[in-house]
Design a protein around this ligand. Structure first.
Ligand code: THU
Length: 161
C-alpha cells in the first residue's frame, strides 16, 4: 500500500490587498445578495463573475419550497454568464453570504457548484479564480477550482456520442 498526500494552495488577502477589479467584483457580490430569494433558509448568497471583457455579471440563490429544487448563487451567475455572454471567458468569481443576523464568513461553494465551475474551466480552457471572505477583513482566493475538487470527474473518459 502506498500512502499519498494531496495538498492544495490558497491565498489569504487583506481587503486592502485586493486590486481595483477585485474590489469591484467583491462589491458586486455584496450587491447581488439583494437579489437573493431565500425565504426558507434565510441564507442569502450573492455571486459575481468577471468576464474576459471586464464585464461583471451576477447571480443570487433562488429557493423553492421543495428544497432540492433551490438554485445556488454560483449556478445562477454561471448560467447567466454563459447564456448571455457565451463568447466571453469567465476569469474570476466572488461569493458572499448574509444570514438572518448579518454577514456569514468562510462559506465555500458547495460540491455541485464546484462541479459546475470545473465545467466552465474546461469549456473556456481558462482557470477561474475564486474568492470569498473568511472574515470581515480577509479574503480567501484559490486560483482554480482544481484546488477544491481533487480527483474531479472531468468527463474526459466519456465516450463520444
Ligand atoms: N447556496 C448557494 O447559493 N451556494 C452554495 O455554494 C451553497 C448553498 C444556497 C442554496 C440555498 O438557497 C441556501 O444557500 C442554503 O443552502
Amino acid at each position: 500500500m502506498i500512502k499519498q498526500i494531496h495538498s492544495f494552495e490558497y491565498f489569504l488577502l487583506a481587503i486592502n490587498e485586493l486590486n481595483e477589479t477585485e474590489k469591484q467584483l467583491y462589491e458586486a457580490a455584496l450587491s447581488a445578495i439583494a437579489q437573493a430569494y431565500a425565504p426558507y433558509s434565510n441564507f442569502r448568497v450573492g455571486c459575481s463573475i468577471l468576464l474576459s471583457s471586464g464585464n461583471i455579471v451576477c447571480g443570487a440563490n433562488q429557493e423553492v419550497a421543495s428544497y432540492p429544487v433551490c438554485l445556488c448563487a454560483e449556478g445562477v451567475a454561471l448560467s447567466t454568464a454563459s447564456s448571455k455572454h457565451s463568447e466571453e471567458t469567465i476569469v474570476a468569481m466572488f461569493v458572499a453570504v448574509k444570514g438572518k443576523d448579518g454577514w456569514v464568513y468562510d462559506v465555500a461553494p458547495c460540491g455541485v457548484c464546484r462541479q459546475r465551475i470545473l465545467e466552465y474551466e474546461k469549456r473556456y480552457r481558462q482557470n477561474i479564480a475564486l474568492y470569498w471572505p473568511v472574515s470581515e477583513k480577509t479574503i480567501l482566493k484559490v486560483s482554480s477550482i482544481k484546488h477544491l475538487l481533487p480527483f474531479a470527474f472531468s468527463g474526459d473518459k466519456l465516450e463520444s456520442p
